[in-house]
Write a protein that binds this ligand. Structure first.
Ligand code: PGA
Length: 245
Protein backbone atom coordinates (compact mmCIF):
# COMPACT_ATOMS: atom_id res chain seq x y z
CA UNK A 1 0.00 0.00 0.00
CA UNK A 2 1.46 3.31 -0.96
CA UNK A 3 0.23 6.85 -0.99
CA UNK A 4 2.89 7.84 -3.46
CA UNK A 5 1.44 10.31 -5.90
CA UNK A 6 1.48 9.05 -9.47
CA UNK A 7 3.59 10.68 -12.16
CA UNK A 8 1.44 13.69 -13.10
CA UNK A 9 2.38 15.82 -16.11
CA UNK A 10 0.43 18.97 -16.79
CA UNK A 11 0.78 20.74 -20.15
CA UNK A 12 -0.74 23.91 -21.56
CA UNK A 13 -3.78 22.91 -23.62
CA UNK A 14 -2.13 24.04 -26.85
CA UNK A 15 0.90 21.82 -26.24
CA UNK A 16 -0.82 18.78 -24.75
CA UNK A 17 -1.57 16.68 -27.85
CA UNK A 18 1.87 17.26 -29.36
CA UNK A 19 3.50 16.31 -26.06
CA UNK A 20 1.57 13.04 -25.88
CA UNK A 21 2.24 12.25 -29.54
CA UNK A 22 5.95 13.01 -29.24
CA UNK A 23 6.28 10.95 -26.07
CA UNK A 24 4.46 8.05 -27.67
CA UNK A 25 6.52 8.29 -30.84
CA UNK A 26 9.70 8.35 -28.77
CA UNK A 27 8.58 5.26 -26.90
CA UNK A 28 7.85 3.37 -30.13
CA UNK A 29 11.19 4.48 -31.62
CA UNK A 30 13.01 3.18 -28.51
CA UNK A 31 11.08 -0.10 -28.37
CA UNK A 32 9.81 -0.94 -31.86
CA UNK A 33 8.15 -4.21 -30.84
CA UNK A 34 5.94 -2.52 -28.26
CA UNK A 35 2.49 -3.99 -27.54
CA UNK A 36 0.28 -1.00 -26.87
CA UNK A 37 -3.41 -0.75 -26.08
CA UNK A 38 -5.12 2.37 -27.44
CA UNK A 39 -8.50 4.03 -26.80
CA UNK A 40 -11.02 5.71 -29.06
CA UNK A 41 -13.20 8.70 -28.09
CA UNK A 42 -12.62 12.42 -28.36
CA UNK A 43 -9.61 12.66 -26.02
CA UNK A 44 -7.03 10.87 -28.20
CA UNK A 45 -8.19 12.47 -31.48
CA UNK A 46 -5.67 15.34 -31.53
CA UNK A 47 -2.94 12.98 -30.33
CA UNK A 48 -3.59 10.61 -33.23
CA UNK A 49 -3.65 13.57 -35.61
CA UNK A 50 -0.16 14.51 -34.46
CA UNK A 51 1.25 10.99 -34.23
CA UNK A 52 2.26 10.30 -37.87
CA UNK A 53 4.32 13.51 -37.91
CA UNK A 54 5.81 12.78 -34.50
CA UNK A 55 6.79 9.29 -35.65
CA UNK A 56 8.54 10.73 -38.70
CA UNK A 57 10.45 13.19 -36.52
CA UNK A 58 11.44 10.45 -34.05
CA UNK A 59 12.33 8.00 -36.85
CA UNK A 60 9.89 5.58 -35.27
CA UNK A 61 7.25 3.30 -36.72
CA UNK A 62 4.65 0.75 -35.66
CA UNK A 63 5.92 -1.70 -38.32
CA UNK A 64 6.98 -4.18 -35.63
CA UNK A 65 4.45 -3.10 -33.00
CA UNK A 66 1.13 -4.53 -31.92
CA UNK A 67 -1.81 -2.22 -31.40
CA UNK A 68 -4.62 -3.50 -29.17
CA UNK A 69 -8.07 -1.92 -29.13
CA UNK A 70 -9.24 -1.08 -25.60
CA UNK A 71 -12.95 -1.81 -25.89
CA UNK A 72 -15.85 -2.38 -28.26
CA UNK A 73 -19.62 -1.99 -28.43
CA UNK A 74 -21.90 -4.99 -28.80
CA UNK A 75 -24.78 -4.93 -31.26
CA UNK A 76 -23.35 -2.73 -33.99
CA UNK A 77 -22.74 -4.40 -37.36
CA UNK A 78 -19.22 -4.82 -38.75
CA UNK A 79 -18.10 -1.65 -40.47
CA UNK A 80 -20.49 0.62 -38.54
CA UNK A 81 -18.64 3.94 -38.23
CA UNK A 82 -19.38 4.20 -34.50
CA UNK A 83 -17.75 0.86 -33.75
CA UNK A 84 -14.53 1.29 -31.80
CA UNK A 85 -12.59 -0.81 -34.32
CA UNK A 86 -13.79 1.45 -37.14
CA UNK A 87 -12.97 4.56 -35.09
CA UNK A 88 -9.43 3.42 -34.29
CA UNK A 89 -8.75 2.50 -37.93
CA UNK A 90 -10.09 5.85 -39.12
CA UNK A 91 -8.44 7.95 -36.41
CA UNK A 92 -5.04 6.26 -36.48
CA UNK A 93 -4.34 2.84 -37.94
CA UNK A 94 -5.25 3.70 -41.55
CA UNK A 95 -2.95 6.72 -41.31
CA UNK A 96 0.11 4.77 -40.19
CA UNK A 97 2.59 4.05 -42.94
CA UNK A 98 3.98 1.46 -42.51
CA UNK A 99 0.98 -0.24 -40.94
CA UNK A 100 1.36 -1.85 -37.50
CA UNK A 101 2.56 -5.44 -37.50
CA UNK A 102 -0.58 -6.58 -35.72
CA UNK A 103 -3.94 -5.15 -34.68
CA UNK A 104 -5.83 -7.03 -31.96
CA UNK A 105 -9.54 -6.22 -31.68
CA UNK A 106 -12.57 -7.96 -30.18
CA UNK A 107 -14.27 -10.33 -32.61
CA UNK A 108 -17.78 -9.23 -31.71
CA UNK A 109 -19.28 -10.50 -34.97
CA UNK A 110 -19.27 -14.12 -33.84
CA UNK A 111 -22.06 -15.81 -31.86
CA UNK A 112 -20.63 -15.39 -28.39
CA UNK A 113 -18.97 -12.20 -27.11
CA UNK A 114 -17.73 -14.12 -24.03
CA UNK A 115 -15.66 -16.26 -26.39
CA UNK A 116 -14.42 -13.07 -28.06
CA UNK A 117 -13.20 -11.82 -24.66
CA UNK A 118 -11.26 -15.04 -24.04
CA UNK A 119 -9.75 -14.95 -27.55
CA UNK A 120 -8.77 -11.31 -27.04
CA UNK A 121 -6.88 -12.05 -23.81
CA UNK A 122 -5.24 -15.14 -25.35
CA UNK A 123 -4.07 -13.07 -28.33
CA UNK A 124 -2.47 -10.51 -26.00
CA UNK A 125 -0.88 -13.20 -23.81
CA UNK A 126 0.51 -15.01 -26.84
CA UNK A 127 2.71 -12.06 -27.69
CA UNK A 128 3.89 -11.49 -24.13
CA UNK A 129 1.28 -9.13 -22.68
CA UNK A 130 0.75 -5.40 -22.79
CA UNK A 131 3.68 -3.03 -22.43
CA UNK A 132 1.60 0.13 -22.33
CA UNK A 133 -2.11 0.86 -21.93
CA UNK A 134 -3.24 4.34 -22.98
CA UNK A 135 -6.60 5.36 -21.51
CA UNK A 136 -9.05 8.23 -21.64
CA UNK A 137 -11.00 9.18 -18.51
CA UNK A 138 -14.78 8.96 -18.69
CA UNK A 139 -16.93 11.72 -17.24
CA UNK A 140 -18.16 9.08 -14.78
CA UNK A 141 -14.64 7.87 -13.98
CA UNK A 142 -14.69 4.86 -16.26
CA UNK A 143 -11.60 3.56 -18.02
CA UNK A 144 -12.28 1.54 -21.14
CA UNK A 145 -15.82 0.37 -20.51
CA UNK A 146 -15.08 -0.45 -16.89
CA UNK A 147 -18.04 1.47 -15.57
CA UNK A 148 -18.67 2.62 -11.98
CA UNK A 149 -19.19 -0.46 -9.80
CA UNK A 150 -16.22 -2.29 -11.36
CA UNK A 151 -14.04 -4.03 -8.74
CA UNK A 152 -10.25 -4.13 -9.00
CA UNK A 153 -10.34 -7.82 -9.90
CA UNK A 154 -12.65 -7.36 -12.90
CA UNK A 155 -11.28 -9.22 -15.94
CA UNK A 156 -11.82 -8.60 -19.66
CA UNK A 157 -15.57 -9.14 -20.03
CA UNK A 158 -19.01 -8.16 -21.28
CA UNK A 159 -20.40 -5.10 -19.53
CA UNK A 160 -23.68 -3.17 -19.35
CA UNK A 161 -22.90 0.39 -20.37
CA UNK A 162 -23.60 3.37 -18.12
CA UNK A 163 -26.18 5.88 -19.42
CA UNK A 164 -23.48 8.45 -20.24
CA UNK A 165 -21.54 5.87 -22.26
CA UNK A 166 -24.69 4.97 -24.19
CA UNK A 167 -25.25 8.65 -24.93
CA UNK A 168 -21.66 9.00 -26.11
CA UNK A 169 -22.20 6.10 -28.53
CA UNK A 170 -25.27 7.88 -29.87
CA UNK A 171 -23.05 10.90 -30.42
CA UNK A 172 -20.76 8.77 -32.60
CA UNK A 173 -23.76 7.97 -34.83
CA UNK A 174 -25.05 4.73 -33.28
CA UNK A 175 -28.85 4.97 -33.21
CA UNK A 176 -30.23 2.89 -31.63
CA UNK A 177 -27.22 3.12 -29.36
CA UNK A 178 -25.63 -0.04 -27.96
CA UNK A 179 -26.31 -0.84 -24.31
CA UNK A 180 -23.54 -3.40 -23.82
CA UNK A 181 -19.89 -3.65 -24.66
CA UNK A 182 -16.72 -5.65 -24.10
CA UNK A 183 -13.67 -4.15 -22.45
CA UNK A 184 -10.14 -4.88 -21.37
CA UNK A 185 -10.51 -5.58 -17.65
CA UNK A 186 -9.00 -3.74 -14.71
CA UNK A 187 -6.90 -6.84 -14.02
CA UNK A 188 -5.38 -6.72 -17.49
CA UNK A 189 -4.84 -2.95 -17.32
CA UNK A 190 -3.03 -3.33 -14.00
CA UNK A 191 -0.90 -6.13 -15.47
CA UNK A 192 0.59 -3.76 -18.07
CA UNK A 193 4.05 -2.36 -17.42
CA UNK A 194 2.86 1.20 -17.97
CA UNK A 195 -0.48 3.00 -17.94
CA UNK A 196 -0.95 6.47 -19.38
CA UNK A 197 -4.18 8.23 -18.47
CA UNK A 198 -4.86 11.04 -20.93
CA UNK A 199 -7.13 13.82 -19.69
CA UNK A 200 -8.00 17.03 -21.51
CA UNK A 201 -10.54 19.81 -21.14
CA UNK A 202 -12.20 21.57 -18.23
CA UNK A 203 -15.20 19.21 -18.23
CA UNK A 204 -12.86 16.50 -16.87
CA UNK A 205 -11.45 18.66 -14.04
CA UNK A 206 -13.73 17.39 -11.25
CA UNK A 207 -13.45 13.72 -12.14
CA UNK A 208 -9.65 13.96 -12.49
CA UNK A 209 -9.37 15.62 -9.07
CA UNK A 210 -11.56 12.88 -7.57
CA UNK A 211 -9.49 10.19 -9.33
CA UNK A 212 -6.31 11.51 -7.75
CA UNK A 213 -7.47 12.73 -4.37
CA UNK A 214 -10.71 10.93 -3.54
CA UNK A 215 -11.07 7.41 -2.16
CA UNK A 216 -9.86 4.42 -4.16
CA UNK A 217 -13.22 2.90 -4.97
CA UNK A 218 -15.00 0.73 -7.56
CA UNK A 219 -17.42 3.66 -7.91
CA UNK A 220 -14.60 5.56 -9.64
CA UNK A 221 -12.78 2.88 -11.63
CA UNK A 222 -9.88 5.15 -12.63
CA UNK A 223 -8.99 5.47 -8.94
CA UNK A 224 -8.21 1.73 -8.91
CA UNK A 225 -5.14 2.46 -11.06
CA UNK A 226 -3.63 4.93 -8.60
CA UNK A 227 -1.12 2.63 -6.93
CA UNK A 228 0.23 1.16 -10.18
CA UNK A 229 3.94 1.88 -10.25
CA UNK A 230 3.87 2.67 -13.96
CA UNK A 231 0.92 5.07 -13.92
CA UNK A 232 1.46 8.37 -15.67
CA UNK A 233 -1.27 10.98 -15.94
CA UNK A 234 -0.90 13.44 -18.79
CA UNK A 235 -3.40 16.26 -18.36
CA UNK A 236 -3.87 19.64 -19.91
CA UNK A 237 -4.09 22.67 -17.64
CA UNK A 238 -7.89 22.86 -17.89
CA UNK A 239 -8.34 19.24 -16.86
CA UNK A 240 -5.83 19.71 -14.02
CA UNK A 241 -7.45 22.90 -12.74
CA UNK A 242 -9.19 21.30 -9.74
CA UNK A 243 -6.31 19.17 -8.49
CA UNK A 244 -5.38 20.47 -5.01
CA UNK A 245 -1.92 22.03 -4.89
P1 PGA B 1 -13.83 11.07 -24.31
O1 PGA B 1 -14.23 9.78 -23.48
O2 PGA B 1 -12.40 10.90 -24.67
O3 PGA B 1 -14.73 11.01 -25.50
O4 PGA B 1 -14.08 12.23 -23.42
C1 PGA B 1 -13.31 9.24 -22.61
C2 PGA B 1 -13.88 7.97 -22.11
O5 PGA B 1 -15.12 7.87 -22.00
O6 PGA B 1 -13.12 7.05 -21.84
Amino acid sequence: MTNQRPDLRILPAAAWADHVAETLAGRVAADPSLCICLPTGSTPGPVYDALPGALATASGSFARSTIVLLDEYLGLPAGHPARCDAQLRRMLVDRLDPAPARLITFDVDGDDPAVACIAFDVAIDSIGGLDLVVLGLGMNGHVGMNEPGTPADAPTRIIDLAPSTIEAARGYGADPAPTRGVTLGIVEILAAREIWLLVSGGRKAAILAATLNGPVTPELPASLLRDHQGLRIIADAEAASEIPA
